[in-house]
Ligand binder design. Structure first.
Ligand SMILES: Cc1cc2nc3c(=O)[nH]c(=O)nc-3n(C[C@H](O)[C@H](O)[C@H](O)COP(=O)(O)OP(=O)(O)OC[C@H]3O[C@@H](n4cnc5c(N)ncnc54)[C@H](O)[C@@H]3O)c2cc1C
Length: 425
């Protein structure tokens, strides 16, 4: 059994940023474990630019962004154990991992940071009828084939779901010579960043069919086409509008699921809306000494926010190592009107680091203009006017300890101004 100060599960941008910060804070023994043969997580396959605008004020590609943290981690003496899958985690921070060199590796950690990222929803999760022909991929798998393995998944492509991965793959496959027939989106608005709708679809004349879905996949051996149909306001297909679209490949970009099998194994409290652990202002989960950051906590659109969160989780771990487990009294953070979730879900106002908390949240639908209200039981403590609110773009706001002091509840709500927006591009 190895004894470690800090073990970070996952060597993507969250795990690497947390490791770098932990070393800078003086934690000597920092071990990052990743099941892949190279660190960097999902960024290794994201060869488009758009990473790091907030943190570095530069437009980097995914591998470039990751490389900065890999180099820094190596320079600071972070140990990275690759090709190693963590299989088990217990509430008292014992881990079992496996690799082909050492077999089973048992570790007792004083602190753990969960940074396992997320995975894509597959065809099984959305129940599209039809046979099971070759040619149905998740968009991320296709991205890996094209950008890392050097294979084309197909030539005539339909993409279901307009999340960022689907949009980016529409452009990528077009640049590689494929014909992208259309991107089909069940919602009345795109689920990706506006810049990706413009740069990946509009610039290449790829149609975005809002309020549409795929209702059948044709072909026995290989995909021969799909049937698409409009959906009504209850998202039920209107079969009179059904039409056949010829294609040899269907890419699914229908959402990401935080990888919390290990968290569930330890009985960490999970937020059913985010799919990630419930955390406090230090990103500490319901189990003392176990922290979480990045996509395993909630799905992010920008990697810069992942890095910010990872820094906070590392600071939480450093404080835990310095002062041990403390029983904090938390007050609840309540998600009010027009918001899907707010994170962290609870806070201890006295133990707020650096005098402020960075809250992250997502709206339930697009709005042209809205007022964000932060309230305690005494009334409004802060408000901010927001323009072009969209579920795909995370809202973040800082609230200072002074603004929250004495409160027993903090509630966030969004009030739409100037009428409802349906087609919010
Ligand atoms: C296609 C795509 C395009 C994107 N485009 C942009 C963009 O343009 N700009 C931007 O800022 N952001 C973008 N993002 C978002 C950004 O890349 C992610 O938010 C970020 O990579 C999440 O980092 P992470 O470390 O939490 O997760 P990941 O990068 O997924 O890393 C998680 C790591 O954990 C490892 N792991 C999981 N479970 C285990 C286990 N049990 N044992 C060992 N290892 C494990 C995995 O192997 C993986 O390496 C994009 C994301 C995608 C998918």
């Amino acid at each position: 059994m190895q004894n470690r100060e800090l073990v970070i599960i996952g060597g993507g941008p969250a795990g690497l940023s947390a490791a770098v910060e932990a070393r800078k804070l003086g934690i000597k023994d920092v071990l990052v474990i990743d099941r892949e043969s190279e660190p960097g997580g999902i960024l290794k396959q994201c060869i488009h630019t758009g990473f790091g605008l907030h943190i570095f004020n530069e437009e980097l590609t995914g591998p470039e962004y990751a490389e900065r943290f890999i180099e820094e981690a190596e320079r600071l003496g972070v140990e990275i154990m690759l090709d190693t899958m963590v299989l088990e985690l217990t509430a008292d921070r014992r881990l079992v991992a496996i690799n082909s060199r050492e077999g089973l590796v048992e570790i007792k950690a004083k602190t753990v940071i969960l940074a396992m990222g997320c995975r894509e929803r597959t065809r099984g999760a959305i129940n599209i009828p039809g046979f099971r022909p070759a040619g149905v991929f998740t968009a991320g798998t296709a991205q890996r084939f094209v950008n890392i393995e050097g294979y084309m998944p197909g030539r005539k492509i339909v993409i279901l779901g307009s999340g960022d991965i689907g949009l980016i793959m529409a452009r990528r496959l077009t640049l590689e010579g494929a014909e992208v027939q259309c991107v089909v989106e069940i919602m009345p608005y795109s689920n990706g960043l506006i810049r990706n709708v413009v740069q990946c679809l509009e610039d290449y004349d790829i149609p975005l069919l809002l309020k549409h879905t795929v209702v059948n996949i044709h072909g026995r051996k290989r995909v021969e086409g799909v049937t698409i149909a409009e959906v009504d306001d209850d998202m039920k297909p209107v079969m009179e509008t059904a039409r056949f679209v010829s294609c040899d490949t269907l890419l699914l970009s229908v959402g990401l699921i935080p990888e919390n099998e290990l968290s569930r194994m330890t009985n960490i409290e999970i937020d059913e809306v985010t799919g990630g652990p419930v955390v406090n202002q230090r990103l500490e989960t319901s189990l003392p000494g176990i922290f979480a950051c990045g996509n395993v906590l909630h799905v992010h659109d920008l990697v810069d926010y992942v890095t910010q969160e990872a820094v906070l989780a590392a600071r939480g771990a450093a404080l835990y190592l310095a002062s041990g487990s403390k029983k904090y009294e938390h007050i609840p953070v309540v998600t009010g009107d027009n918001l899907r979730y707010v994170l962290p879900q609870r806070i201890n106002v006295d133990a707020v680091l650096e005098g402020k908390v960075n809250f992250f949240m997502r709206s339930v639908r697009p709005m042209a203009k809205a007022e964000l209200f932060i309230e305690s039981e005494w009334g409004v403590i802060k408000s901010r006017t927001l323009r072009h609110v969209r579920p795909s773009e995370m809202i973040s706001i800082q609230v200072s300890r002074d603004e929250m002091i004495g409160s027993e509840i903090i509630k966030f709500r969004l009030q739409e101004e100037g009428g409802r927006v349906e087609h919010g591009n």
